[in-house]
Design a protein around this ligand. Structure first.
Ligand SMILES: *[C@@H]1O[C@H](CO)[C@@H](O)[C@H](O)[C@H]1NC(C)=O
Ligand SMILES: *[C@@H]1O[C@H](CO)[C@@H](O)[C@H](O)[C@H]1NC(C)=O
Ligand SMILES: *[C@@H]1O[C@H](CO)[C@@H](O)[C@H](O)[C@H]1NC(C)=O
Ligand SMILES: *[C@@H]1O[C@H](CO)[C@@H](O)[C@H](O)[C@H]1NC(C)=O
Ligand SMILES: *[C@@H]1O[C@H](CO)[C@@H](O)[C@H](O)[C@H]1NC(C)=O
Ligand SMILES: *[C@@H]1O[C@H](CO)[C@@H](O)[C@H](O)[C@H]1NC(C)=O
Ligand SMILES: *[C@@H]1O[C@H](CO)[C@@H](O)[C@H](O)[C@H]1NC(C)=O
Ligand SMILES: *[C@@H]1O[C@H](CO)[C@@H](O)[C@H](O)[C@H]1NC(C)=O
Ligand SMILES: *[C@@H]1O[C@H](CO)[C@@H](O)[C@H](O)[C@H]1NC(C)=O
Ligand SMILES: *[C@@H]1O[C@H](CO)[C@@H](O)[C@H](O)[C@H]1NC(C)=O
Length: 433
């Protein structure tokens, strides 16, 4: 209630339009071409004698006293109410927005017929026929339900126009079969049209793209009763060939049935008119896999630190053990998991492996990297003492004491905060500093 009082005051002042005591009701009009509306013109000041008249009135309109009835047939209509009294003469205009929803909206591809090709750029065109007012028009571009972009128009034209909007697209393989459409929307508030005009028929994009498998290799264990196919999505539909180095003939099928194939690497190639791509199936004999899992699969340990690696059997077994010059675990029959553990690892060349006895014995080696940060790093000038002389060449030397492994060492040279160069070491020395 407290807020309402000043609000009403404000409203009256703005309706009175400065000093002109005219009230037009409604204050503005949004109307479809061909429809009709009526408006009132009255004085807000009852104390003065006045006369009112409408300017812009023509024979298509009807009038009673102060009311005016209009059938909208003139795009350029201007209505102004004038007031005359022996005190004032003033006027106020009635803004009238006349709209027309499009006769039709249609979408097409510019200068192109037939399927589009992945990765190339195309231009979509949306034609909107007979719409007004163009400055309130928004063309929205959709792919399926996704709004891609929108276009607005800056021209100022009250009468209907034909408009063309364009959109650049570069479709990818996921866009095959996508439906593009455009919508023409007149944003005129509550009194305007509430729904956009959609393009009559969406544009169904047929797309051509090359085969591309989701991964480039896949390993299959022979005797697993599996059938793999290297079928991939591509348009036009690809043809398939499979071959292996140890086979003379090609398999002209996309289906690989592992029990019938000898172990080896099989390359399956899918080809269509745009290109081809391959996937390699590695068929391993079951025996070549040792049923052991190391967690972690490799160890990176600081010199002198502790290390622990679990070795688990993935099948029932007759014995499981760790072999190592330190921390070895003798063969045990009743455990599914055994741990190689060293509390102070100081042996540079340690090569532990875990072994299992099931059908026959096999082993998995644990890669171990032992590292040591340098005891000291020092910089000096080679064969020189005292100040250097401008323009002469000097050699800087960096001595790194007691570091391992050297193939993983990088020496970086800085001047202030600027990296000048860096040196890596390719020698694979013994794992010793
Ligand atoms: C015109 O004024 C009369 C009385 O003041 C009112 O009843 C009528 O609704 C008004 N018409 C319009 C279109 O505002
Ligand atoms: C309406 O006003 C505009 C600009 O004020 C003018 O160009 C146009 O001719 C007017 N139309 C009519 C029908 O008077
Ligand atoms: C306006 O004119 C009327 C007569 O037409 C007169 O009675 C009235 O006093 C005048 N008002 C002013 C403010 O001059
Ligand atoms: C939308 O279109 C405008 C003008 O054509 C362009 O500048 C803008 O990058 C487009 N936006 C997107 C998301 O495509
Ligand atoms: C719009 O296009 C239609 C059909 O091509 C044509 O008849 C009409 O004259 C055009 N309107 C304008 C304003 O250019
Ligand atoms: C099969 O491929 C794997 C991995 O690419 C490779 O290590 C192996 O040597 C290949 N085997 C044959 C028989 O070519
Ligand atoms: C090894 O196994 C033990 C017991 O299950 C577990 O506590 C430990 O976290 C495991 N270590 C690693 C490196 O996974
Ligand atoms: C440094 O000087 C010594 C003797 O002065 C010389 O034997 C050696 O080769 C020099 N080293 C370099 C890198 O120039
Ligand atoms: C050390 O360097 C070798 C050779 O560059 C690399 O194969 C190895 O993965 C590196 N070790 C670590 C722990 O990054
Ligand atoms: C960095 O050092 C390498 C080998 O010492 C040399 O070939 C290269 O030119 C140096 N780069 C710069 C930017 O000094």
């Amino acid at each position: 209630m407290l807020l309402l009082q000043p609000l009403i005051g404000l409203l009256l002042i703005s309706l009175a339009h400065g000093d002109c005591p005219i009230l037009i009701s409604p204050v503005d009009v949004v109307v479809e071409y061909g429809d009709s509306f009526s408006a009132n013109c009255s004085s807000t000041d009852e104390t003065i004698q006045f006369g009112l008249s409408w300017d812009g009135y023509d024979e298509t309109m009807k009038k009673t006293e102060d009311d005016i009835f209009v059938d909208v047939t003139n795009w350029e209509m201007n209505l102004t109410c004038y007031m005359y009294s022996n005190k004032t003469k003033c006027s106020q205009g009635l803004p009238v927005t006349i709209y027309k929803t499009p006769d039709s909206v249609s979408i097409s591809i510019v200068n192109h017929r037939g399927p589009m090709i992945e990765g190339q750029q195309y231009e979509l065109q949306c034609d909107i026929y007979n719409v007004a007012p163009v400055q309130e028009l928004t063309v929205k571009w959709y792919k399926g339900q996704t709004l891609l972009n929108q276009t607005t128009f800056t021209e100022d034209n009250k009468s209907p126009v034909n408009e063309t909007a364009t959109l650049q697209i570069r479709p990818d393989r996921t866009d095959d079969g996508a439906q593009y459409r455009c919508e023409a929307e007149l944003d005129l508030g509550e009194d305007g049209p509430q729904y956009p005009t959609e393009s009559l028929q969406p544009l169904s994009a047929e797309l051509h793209y090359t085969p591309k498998p989701s991964s480039s290799t896949e390993t299959i264990i022979k005797n697993d009763e599996v059938t793999r196919t290297c079928t991939v999505k591509a348009n036009p539909a690809p043809t398939y060939t499979s071959h292996s180095e140890h086979l003379k003939e090609e398999i002209s099928s996309s289906v690989l049935q592992s029990p019938t194939l000898s172990p080896g690497n099989y390359t399956c190639t899918a080809t269509n008119s745009l290109g081809s791509d391959s996937k390699v199936f590695i068929i391993e004999s079951k025996e070549s896999r040792c049923p052991i899992q190391l967690v972690p699969w490799r160890a990176v340990v600081r010199y002198g630190d502790s290390v622990a690696v679990n070795c688990s059997a993935t099948v029932p077994h007759k014995g499981l053990g760790w072999e190592a010059s330190e921390g070895g675990v003798p063969m045990t029959k009743d455990k599914k998991m055994i741990t190689w553990r060293v509390s102070h690892l100081t042996e540079w060349d340690i090569q532990p492996y875990c072994y299992i006895n099931h059908e026959k014995q096999c082993q998995v080696e644990l890669p171990v990297t032992i590292y040591k940060t340098p005891d000291s790093v020092s910089i000096s000038i080679v064969n020189h003492s005292g100040p250097m002389i401008e323009g002469q060449q000097y050699e800087l030397q960096c001595d790194v004491q007691d570091v391992a492994p050297v193939q993983n060492l990088t020496v970086k040279w800085y001047k202030g905060q600027t990296l000048l160069n860096q040196t890596t070491f390719t020698e694979v020395l013994l794992h010793k500093p």
